[in-house]
Ligand binder design. Structure first.
Ligand SMILES: NC(=O)c1ccc[n+]([C@@H]2O[C@H](COP(=O)([O-])OP(=O)(O)OC[C@H]3O[C@@H](n4cnc5c(N)ncnc54)[C@H](OP(=O)(O)O)[C@@H]3O)[C@@H](O)[C@H]2O)c1
Length: 318
């Protein structure tokens, strides 16, 4: 059994965008990023109690891990927690592809352990879960989570780890006002019942739910997220306007309300911050308590938008 418990702030920080080159319009997100800007994000986040950083080899093929390590330089290893992933599709040909991928992540992250290690997707649960056991035993990974797994796959991974005295301690799935498959599929209930932490990713739908983008001011031209969302921004206007109004009553923004909604649903949002000001938003979101009526109204508006924002890498949950 893992010796320490998994302690998690109200919001975790995502660094997929940090795997981009940082040139405006280039890459998955197309946001301009600089070394000094990301250092500012880290300093503000660490100072505000947001100390859990989520990354993956797949984010810029190691670039996000490298950039994150650089931005965290100078902090004591005990002051922050690292969450990264084994991506089955990137497995090498050696005897221990999971151990090998972890070793390269540790190298890029400049550390000897990962606090929370994920199997990125359920490509072959029976094959990729057992190799986590020696990594847990050696202390190179402290806790295990599964991402993009359905209920059956979560249970299988948990059974495999359970035979060695470990367990699936966290689930990481797409969960936003617009995409609530994990709730419909009973995964949120399962996690609540079994004391498994549910991490919701893309609660801001890669910027489409922040209120900052709309038909007249779309996501950065040339980026992958522009291709995924620009065509549906007009359908999200009523929802983002209402989130903006609810936020306005509390000195907060639409994005803060989207994050507060995910917290109110009992999940830990992983928010893909790219600017220091985003951390101010998370501080506000952490303090917002939405009423039941507000939650119901936002969910009804989200349903009325009638959009499907499932990522190309995701299976249908329900
Ligand atoms: N396990 C998986 O398969 C999986 C899949 C997807 C994501 N994830 C994880 O979840 C994280 C979050 O997802 P994501 O980064 O794809 O999308 P997201 O968090 O829904 O949206 C990120 C975008 O929203 C804007 N933003 C971020 N924080 C903000 C704030 N507080 N206020 C206003 N705008 C804000 C930024 O856009 P601008 O730069 O334009 O301002 C940013 O690029 C990822 O970074 C990754 O760690 C995991």
């Amino acid at each position: 059994m893992t010796s320490d418990t998994l302690s998690v702030p109200a919001v975790a920080l995502g660094t997929w965008a940090w795997g981009d080159s940082g040139r405006p319009g280039d890459g998955y997100f197309g946001s301009p990023l600089s070394e000094s800007g990301l250092r500012e994000v880290v300093e503000k986040a660490q100072g505000s109690g947001f100390t859990l950083w989520d990354t993956a080899v797949a984010y810029g093929m190691g670039h996000s891990e490298t950039v994150l390590a650089k931005a965290l330089a100078g902090y004591d290893r005990g002051e922050y927690a690292l969450s990264t992933k084994f991506t089955p599709q990137l497995a090498g040909e050696g005897d221990d592809p999971v151990g090998d991928m972890l070793a390269r992540s540790l190298d890029r992250l400049g550390t000897d352990h990962v606090d929370l290690y994920w199997i990125h997707n359920p490509a072959d649960v029976a094959r990729w879960t057992p190799p986590l056991i020696p990594l847990l035993e050696s202390g190179r990974i402290k806790h295990v989570g599964v991402s993009n797994h359905n209920l059956e796959e979560i249970a299988l991974a948990d059974r495999i780890l359970g035979e060695a005295g470990f367990r699936v301690e966290a689930v990481q799935n797409h969960f936003s006002l617009l995409y609530r498959g994990s709730e419909r599929a009973g995964i949120l209930d399962h996690c609540r019942k079994h004391g498994v932490r549910f991490f919701s990713y893309m609660v801001l739908e890669q910027g489409a739910l922040t209120g900052r983008y709309g038909p007249g001011h779309p996501l950065p031209e040339g980026s992958n997220r522009a291709a995924a969302y620009n065509g549906i921004l007009h359908r999200l206007q009523a929802l983002t306007d209402r989130m903006g109004a609810i936020g306005g009553e509390r000195g907060a923004s639409a994005a803060d309300v989207a994050t507060a909604w995910a917290i109110a649903k009992g999940t830990t949002p992983i928010v893909g911050v790219t600017k220091a000001a985003h951390i101010d938003g998370l501080v506000r979101a952490r303090a917002i308590e939405l009423t039941g009526a507000e939650i119901a109204e936002l969910e009804a508006l989200a349903d009325a938008a009638d959009v499907d924002t499932r990522g190309w890498w995701e299976q249908e949950m329900a």
